[in-house]
Design a protein around this ligand. Structure first.
Ligand code: ZN
Length: 86
């Protein structure tokens, strides 16, 4: 579902069918585990490009409680990333 600032949400499954990816997705709205820290660019909030959940992808060796958020400006295509932990 897209909105004025966001991208359609796409959920992912692991290719090895080991388990579903609960928090990892492309697009949609970020599920912040700390404060809402959506960056602004070109005078408006950046769109969530991807949210990566450390629990979904242990091979990346992120902290289990970590989420990585990747944002893109849909006007100038600058990108920004943030890692939050519980
Ligand atoms: Zn921009």
């Amino acid at each position: 579902m897209a909105d004025a600032e966001g991208l359609p949400e796409v959920k992912l499954l692991r290719a090895d069918d080991r388990e579903a990816c609960a928090g990892t997705r492309f697009g949609g709205r970020p599920q912040f585990i700390q404060v809402d820290n959506t960056p602004d660019c070109c005078g408006r909030p950046m769109a969530l490009l991807a949210q990566l959940d450390g629990l979904d992808y242990p091979e990346a060796e992120l902290p289990d409680s970590a989420l990585v958020y990747v944002f893109v400006c849909r006007q100038c295509f600058d990108v920004s990333a943030e890692l939050q932990c519980m």
